[in-house]
Structure formats: structure tokens, C-alpha cells
Unconditional design. Structure first.
Length: 635
């Protein structure tokens, strides 16, 4: 028998272990290929290289590939662990280390190439479905099926290299273990984990410290400077992951110890279930912790991206409070022409409203402007804001951006002008509700009308006129926007500006939809991979578990009781990480909502219901398949 034939026979005879490894590898390749088919679609050629959207797609593909490498590496580690006994037998039969390495290399490459080819074939079959999903999420026209040559070549090339690297380093998982240890690999038990009060306290203190820092770091200058560097945030995140693992281990030991002291421990099959969980606690905790992190990242990403996606119109209105805005500087010779053009194009639209107001600035500081109370109240009619009333010494400060809170102080220039009039100014309010296109001004300071008239008489100000227009159908007026932009052409010297909420809405929709698609694809990988990891772990340990179950069945365990034991163990493996991830999700959502001023809890609850449904389907599939495999061997 040649080495090639031996490697092939190993794959055929131990087909279920190899099949689990093959499936996990094929799944990773399949997801990457499906993502690549969308990424290279001709209808996305409008996305320019180097743009934010292009970088998002590239980053998404990179993350999918990196995770695929990690997931396949995990699968290889579990696969090689299940193969130790067989490799030990080969060693006794006279196989050299070099021959074993060569056989491992050939087996991995055989499975890898088969997984790549199978995944690409399945990818081509299901590509229309994925393209339809991408079309729905990104809300783009066309997106019909095409021949994805680039996607095929990229997928085959990238994953062939990946499997080549994994095949070369796979023998490391065997290392220099003695033959006797390899032969007994299916009979050795894990070292029992012991509860440590010290570790428990350390974990709790780290968690509380991280929560305190995240909530109050902005009030400590040194800490804020460190966190704002980015490195501080990543360091805190790393420390938090360590603390969660510590608590995961200690709380698991504590719960099992507590359950053993209760009466329910001796009821039905509880003793067998709890004893079995305790015997494999170390490996189970590692896997459940990893799955918890995958779930948490996936859940948080989907919730935040989905929330941003459904808030597109709201954010558009916050950034462009009027549907159409025309800003005219004092040296603009095209003002009348452009205003008439806008009126002619929009005046016949349903719900047409027109607003005109002005702001002023002194000298070169055209970022911080002033405005009269009456002009501001007129502008608020177009944005449906609440009007204000100011006394002579009162001023009101408005932000030029909805996401930036304006300072609660008056600029020195404005303060000096007011002091000349014998007025000591007092800030009576600040607002983030801007009345001009976002970022056009930094701040707008609102004065009492009488005071501003006095200042006008004694000082020279530059005037900026703002024309605003609202219509009921602005969201569907993309053609009108394009037509107006073709006629209102910007000059080298800035004299006027034209802004359309419709254009921003479409841009934001495309951006957010693409980000949602990228995030959804990656998160879907994480969610499905979590179930795949559990199933792969169960299949690779199937032989060992069947030996144990056969012994228990001989003592009188019924098929119904065995089914209950398996279902309970699988439920714990799949739903404990899921529930912990949901808790971490809502903690993260609470922190984000507190800092942003936006509430994401409703979206989080809606998404959690969808996550629960997906997880339940995954549990039913994994549990059903695993029980069939066990019953086939045991009963």
C-alpha cells in the first residue's frame, strides 16, 4: 500500500470525522465566495477605488478571509486531536515522523481542494439567491446573475494558499507527544477545574473598573487623553475580554458545585448530565467563551448597522433641515437667476414652502455668524422648531452640526461688540438643532432684534442670504436635484452653494445599505460558525461519547432518557453563550445609547427576537443530527 492510498483510505474509512472537517472548511470558502460574487458585481463598478464604500467592501472581504483562517485553524486543531490515536497506531506500525507529516499534508490538501471546488460549485448554484439578498439589503437596481470569473479566481487562489499553509503547519498540533499518549488520547480526561475566590474577585473588580472608566473617563483629562488615542480603548477591550473569561470559568464551577448540593441533582438523569458537563468543563468553557465573543460581536454589529440604516431619513433631516437650500454670499451675481430657477422647478410641487432669512459675520470669521431673533424664528418654521423670545442682554447659541454641542460661551468679538452698547450678554440656551446645512457654520449666535439693529448701525457686517424650500415629495425628486445641479454650477471663487436633502438621502442610503450588507455578511458567518463549531466538536468526539453512552445504556438507560441527556447537554452548549452574549449586547447598547443620546433598545429587542429564532433553528438541526449519529452507534 502506498502512502497516497493510505491517506485516501483514511479519509474514506473515517468519513464522519473528515466530513465534519470538510463541511466546516467548505462553509468558510462558500461564504467568502458568495461575498466576493457581490463585491465584484458589474453594477457596483460605480464605487470608486479608494472611496469609503470601496474600502468597506475590501475590509469586509479581509475580515471574512481572516476569520476563515481562524475558523479553519480551529477545525484543524480539533480534527488533529481526534486523529491522535490513528497516528499513534501508524507510528507503532513503523511510520516515520516524515511519513506522518507527508500523510497529514496530503490529507489536508485533499480535503482543502475538495472543499474549495465544492464551495465554488454551491456558490454558483446559490449566487442568484445571494445576489437577490444583496439587492434587497443594498437597494440597488439590476444586480442580475453574471459569470464571476474574478470571484472564482480570487477564492481559489486565496484559499489554496490558506490550505497550503495550514497543511504545512498541521503537524505542529501533534508535536513531540509520546506514542502511548497518542494511543490513549480518546481515554484521557481533562484535569478538573477548581473554584478560586481570588480569581472571582479579580474578575469582578476588572469588570467594575472597566464600567467605571467607560462611564466617567471623559471627566478625567489624563484618562480621556489616553482613551482618545484609540490604544486605550483597545487595551480596555482586551482587559475586559480577559475578565469575562475569568468570570465565565469561575461562575461555571460555582453553578455546578451549587447544583450538586441541591435535591434536583439526584432526580432523573440530572446526575449524569451535570457529571458529564463537569468532566469536560475546561474544553466546554473555552468553546462557549469563544462562541460568546463571536455572538456578541455579531449581535452588536447587526443591531448598530440596522439602527443606522432605519435612521437614514432622520439623520438626513438633522443634517439638511430644509429639503433644498441655496446659500448666497454678498458678492454673488447669480442670486436672482438661481432663485428663480429653484422657484420654477419646485413651486408646483405638493406642499411647497419657501423661506428666506439671513445671517451675518464680521471680518474674516465666516464660520461663526450672528442672526436676529425674528430671522431665527422664521427659519424655525421651515424646520418645525419651537420659536424663542430674547431680552436685550440675552443670546441663544445654535450649533452648525446636529452631532456637535455648541460651546456655552460667546466669542470675544461678539462680546466686545455688545459691551460697546452697554450690554453684558447672558447665554440663555444652546441647541444642536441646526437651521443650515450641516457643517456650513460652526455656531450661529442669536440676538434680540433691537440689539442687532444697534450693532448694524455702528459696525459693518457681511451678509449671507439663505433660501430654503420644502416639498412633500422631496425623497423621490432625484431627477429634479440632478437637473438643478446641472444648471447651478459652482465657480472657482465660492459665491453660492446649493444643497439637496434628496442627494444626501440617496448617498446615505447607499452607504448605510452597503455597510449593512458587509456587516450582515460577517455577522452571519459568526452566528453560523458558532453552531458549526459546536457540531464539529460533537462529531469529532462522537466515538468517545458513544463508548460512554453504550456503558450507561447497559446499566438500564432508556432511549428516551439518553435523548434527554443529549438534548440538555447540547442546549447548554448552544444557549448559555447565546444568553451571555445577549446580556453583553444590552450592556453595550446601554453604553452606546447613553453616549450618543439615541435609544437603540427597541432595535436591539427586535434583532434579539430574530437572533433567538436563528439560534433555535440551529439548535434543532445540530441536536437532531447528533442524536441520530449517537443512536445509530449506541442503540
Amino acid at each position: 500500500m502506498t502512502l497516497n492510498k493510505l491517506a485516501l483510505n483514511n479519509v474514506v474509512r473515517d468519513k464522519w470525522t473528515y466530513f465534519a472537517y470538510f463541511l466546516s472548511s467548505m462553509f468558510s470558502v462558500f461564504i467568502f465566495f458568495s461575498f466576493s460574487v457581490s463585491m465584484f458585481h458589474p453594477d457596483l463598478s460605480i464605487i470608486q477605488n479608494g472611496s469609503a464604500l470601496s474600502m468597506a467592501m475590501a475590509a469586509g472581504a479581509t475580515l471574512v478571509y481572516v476569520f476563515s483562517f481562524m475558523f479553519i485553524s480551529y477545525s484543524v486543531r480539533a480534527f488533529m486531536k481526534s486523529r491522535k490515536k490513528t497516528l499513534g497506531l501508524f507510528t507503532i506500525m513503523g511510520a516515520s515522523k516524515k511519513q506522518l507529516n507527508k500523510m497529514i499534508f496530503k490529507e489536508n490538501m485533499l480535503i482543502g481542494v475538495a472543499a474549495i471546488i465544492t464551495a465554488i460549485i454551491f456558490g454558483l448554484v446559490f449566487s442568484p439567491l445571494f445576489l437577490m439578498l444583496a439587492k434587497k439589503i443594498m437597494v440597488v437596481e439590476g444586480f442580475a446573475m453574471y459569470v464571476p470569473i474574478k470571484a472564482i479566481l480570487l477564492t481559489f487562489g486565496m484559499f489554496f494558499i490558506l490550505f497550503l499553509i495550514i497543511s504545512l503547519i498541521s503537524p505542529i498540533f501533534i508535536g513531540k507527544e509520546k506514542v502511548i499518549k497518542m494511543l490513549k488520547s480518546d481515554k484521557t480526561d481533562e484535569k478538573e477545574m477548581v473554584f478560586s475566590l481570588l480569581f472571582m474577585i479579580i474578575g469582578v473588580l476588572i469588570i467594575l473598573s472597566c464600567i467605571f472608566i467607560f462611564l466617567f473617563y471623559s471627566k478625567v483629562d489624563a484618562l480621556k487623553a489616553f482613551m482618545d488615542t484609540g490604544m486605550g480603548t483597545w487595551l480596555m477591550f482586551g482587559v475586559l475580554l480577559v475578565a469575562i473569561y475569568i468570570l465565565y470559568v469561575q461562575i461555571s464551577i460555582l453553578i455546578i458545585g451549587s447544583m450538586k448540593k441541591r435535591k434536583m441533582y439526584h432526580r432523573r438523569t440530572n446526575m449524569i448530565i451535570i457529571a458529564d458537563i463537569k468532566s469536560k468543563l475546561r474544553e466546554n468553557v473555552k468553546m462557549m467563551y469563544l462562541i460568546t465573543i463571536l455572538f456578541t460581536v455579531a449581535f452588536y454589529t447587526i443591531v448598530m448597522l440596522y439602527a443606522q440604516n432605519i435612521d437614514v431619513e432622520k439623520n438626513t433631516k438633522a443634517n439638511f433641515p430644509l429639503n433644498y437650500t441655496y446659500v448666497s454670499q454678498s458678492n454673488n451675481n447669480h442670486e436672482k437667476e438661481h432663485v428663480k430657477l429653484l422657484q420654477d422647478a419646485l413651486s408646483k410641487k405638493s406642499g411647497y414652502e419657501e423661506y428666506k432669512y439671513k445671517v451675518k459675520y464680521k471680518g474674516e470669521d465666516n464660520r461663526n455668524v450672528i442672526m436676529s431673533e425674528s430671522e431665527y424664528n422664521l427659519a424655525l418654521k421651515g424646520t418645525y422648531g419651537k420659536s424663542i423670545s430674547l431680552k436685550k442682554n440675552e443670546v441663544y447659541i445654535v450649533s452648525g452640526s446636529p452631532k456637535i454641542m455648541p460651546p456655552n460661551y460667546i466669542s470675544n468679538q461678539i462680546k466686545r461688540s455688545l459691551e460697546k452698547e452697554g450690554v453684558t450678554p447672558s447665554v440663555v440656551g444652546i441647541s444642536k438643532q441646526n437651521i443650515t446645512p450641516s457643517g456650513f457654520f460652526d455656531t450661529i449666535t442669536i440676538f434680540n432684534d433691537e440689539i442687532l439693529r444697534e450693532l448694524d448701525r455702528k459696525e459693518t457686517y457681511n451678509v449671507v442670504k439663505i433660501y430654503g424650500y420644502n416639498t412633500n415629495s422631496w425623497k423621490e425628486e432625484g431627477n429634479i436635484t440632478k437637473e438643478l445641479q446641472s444648471k447651478i454650477i459652482m465657480e472657482k471663487e465660492y459665491k453660492f452653494g446649493f444643497f439637496s436633502a434628496n442627494e444626501l438621502l440617496e448617498t446615505e442610503k447607499n452607504s448605510k445599505n452597503l455597510m449593512l450588507y458587509v456587516g450582515f455578511s460577517i455577522s452571519l458567518i459568526f452566528v453560523i460558525a458558532a453552531s458549526s463549531m459546536i457540531y464539529f466538536r460533537l462529531i469529532t468526539e462522537l466515538e468517545k461519547e458513544c463508548v460512554k453512552f453504550k456503558g450507561i445504556v447497559k446499566l438500564g438507560l432508556s432511549k428516551k432518557e439518553l435523548s434527554r441527556i443529549i438534548s440538555t447537554q447540547n442546549f447548554i452548549l448552544m444557549f448559555v453563550p447565546f444568553l451571555v452574549a445577549l446580556i453583553l449586547l444590552f450592556i453595550g447598547i446601554g453604553y452606546t445609547s447613553n453616549n450618543s443620546g439615541e435609544s437603540y433598545f427597541t432595535v436591539a429587542l427586535e434583532c434579539s427576537a430574530a437572533f433567538l429564532m436563528i439560534q433555535s433553528i440551529g439548535y434543532i438541526m445540530v441536536n437532531s443530527k447528533y442524536k441520530k449519529a449517537v443512536f445509530k452507534e449506541v442503540i
